[in-house]
Design a binder for this molecule. Structure first.
Ligand code: PEP
Length: 251
């Protein structure tokens, strides 16, 4: 069963008030593609203004704390994201796993907190170049997924996985279609092992240097249910060809 594709942009630490015009332009252009779910995960400080600017369009966070509230300076809770108008959040991005030393147990706790609040979750996993070259990518990423997945069947409704090889993020390098396909098939098996049949409806996105020029080829790979897009999500002209390719792949 083909799942409705999700194309989500990750603006990382980019975006000021002046860029809300770009959010609006992307939201408006996306209306032409109802067969694709489109979302933008913007810096926390822009969420409220972005969601007010584009009612009905999915605005997300890029991280969430696992605690409901408390002494966590600088952090944002799931309830705060919701309150600001977000409908989803990324968790476990490799840049946070690396720079903030987030481990799988943190990522699981964050995903559980977000899902419990009613947020959608894009949970990121992916291997380093060293692991890929050692021939251990599938085993490593499968283990990472098993340890990061939120517990409980209910979470599958709002969960998506993003397979993002670390070496492909922002580098212009992309794995072969065969490598992406083998990884997504392995991750699908892990999702079914964790959630039973409900694991078949969890979308598995690919992320890492997706552009308009390679999106069609990537979306043609079985079990690729969308994309998480960094650099190419900042500008409407770069992002919309990816959404268009997702719509074309839907058939
Ligand atoms: C990302 O950071 O999630 C990402 C996929 O970045 P890029 O598209 O720039 O490689």
């Amino acid at each position: 069963m083909a799942l409705k594709k999700l194309v989500a942009g990750n603006w990382k630490m980019h975006g000021l008030s002046s860029d809300l015009a770009e959010v609006k332009a992307i939201a408006e252009a996306s209306e032409a593609y109802p067969a694709v779910d489109v979302a933008l995960c913007v810096p926390a400080i822009l969420i409220e203004r972005a969601s007010r600017a584009v009612p009905g369009f999915a605005i997300g966070g890029q991280d969430v704390h696992f605690a409901e509230k408390g002494a966590h300076t600088g952090c944002v809770s799931a309830q705060m994201l919701l309150d600001a108008g977000a409908t989803l959040t990324i968790v476990g991005h490799s840049e946070r796993r690396d720079a903030q030393r987030e481990i799988d147990a943190d990522v699981r706790a964050k995903a559980e907190a977000a899902v419990a609040c009613g947020l959608g979750v894009i949970l990121c996993v992916g291997e380093s170049l060293e692991v890929r070259e050692a021939g251990e990518a599938i085993e490593t990423v499968s283990t990472q997924l098993d340890a990061s997945l939120p517990h409980g069947d209910a979470s599958t409704d709002r969960l998506a996985i993003a397979y993002e090889p670390i070496w492909a993020i922002g580098t212009g390098k992309v794995p072969t279609g065969q490598d992406i396909g083998e990884m997504h098939t392995a991750l699908r098996q892990r999702l079914v092992a964790a959630y039973g049949d409900a694991g078949r409806s969890v979308r598995i996105l690919y992320g890492g240097s997706v552009k308009g020029s390679n999106a069609g080829e990537i979306f043609a790979v079985p079990d690729v249910d969308g994309a998480l897009v960094g650099g190419a999500s900042l500008k409407t002209a770069d992002f919309m060809p990816i959404v268009e390719a997702a719509a074309a792949a839907n058939g």
